[in-house]
Design a protein around this ligand. Sequence first.
Ligand code: SF4
Length: 389
Amino acid sequence: MDEGLKRELEAKVYAGERLTRVDGEALYASDDLAWLGRLAHHRRTELNGDRVMFNVNRHLNLTNVCSASCAYCSFQRKPGEKDAYTMRVEEAVRKAKEMEGEQLTELHIVNGLHPTLPWRYYPRVLRELKAALPGVNLKAFTATEIQWFEKISGKPADEILDELIDAGLESLTGGGAEIFDWEVRQKIVDHATHWEDWSRIHRLAHSKGLRTPATMLYGHIEEHRHRVDHVLRLRELQDETGGFTVFIPLRYQHDFHDSADGKVRNRIQAETTMASPAESLKTFAVSRLLFDNVPHVKCFWVMHGLSLAQLSLNFGVDDLDGSVVEYKITHDADAYGTPQTMHREDLLTLIGDAGFRPVERNTRYEIVREYDAPVPLAQRRAEPQQVWA
Ligand code: SF4
């Protein structure tokens, strides 16, 4: 990148000026990863100091049966397939209760678009989970699922959300976003929820007092300009509602192994490579700089591995999800030996070891517990410590 442009962008970031689409694309075009990290770390430190938030949650997938066949998805099964499953309500409660001893604060529930499960199943599951685990926040359903519920119930999203909130819903999940740009989207997404409906449903959720996350699936067939466009749409919606708590760049995954039938369901595998660690760090950094009105940027360590998760804390990330058990949507397992389970103590070590102060939060980003910084603050740097310093 031209030195003049570099100084110009740097000046904008340090002055707190909003970056444009052209700025975002220029940042992605830079090959100076350390410089990008420094800018993002400056902004992240302004917003969140030396804190790294985490929560203790469990992921529940009630069913893997799905009417859609998104090209990147290795999770979905068709009715009657060998390893297709759908949990009874009691089974979902039993699974959730398995982690009670971990002082669980959140259940994260996303599912396939089941062709025959009736609408009444979903509020019933939430109600039973809430009764069994009253202190646990229920973060459930993507905007895609909410639109699916409109279809199977004949009710508008307004009523759907009211019923789910009455049953215990406290947040939607951020999924179904993938990449909003239609040029890319039509090649990877098979469900009916595109930007217009995704934003309609999150806007409605925000108007009802829910706070929601936003995601972006990157590292497949999209280009940098599509990532910039994705973030700018979200930034504009955030200006309007202020309802997004966090932005979560999700790294697209290949199928590393598959089920009993040996099928690879990911249909874009042959034409894609997964984003490299450097590309992921760049994506975190540019997202932090561009999405200036979202309070937090999260690294979902299951998709990035623990080493990259630690490094990401110097590239704009201030939130790590979570104590995840049985995460299935985009990978059943991966080739990097990333564990599927981390416990509270593991996360404290991961964060403290990277030089940050762990803060446990709940779904609404309210503080549950603060932990000591790994070294007394007085002995620490006056400026954010950079990995390359
Ligand atoms: S991404 Fe979601 S909607 Fe698409 S096929 Fe997979 S489970 Fe179904």
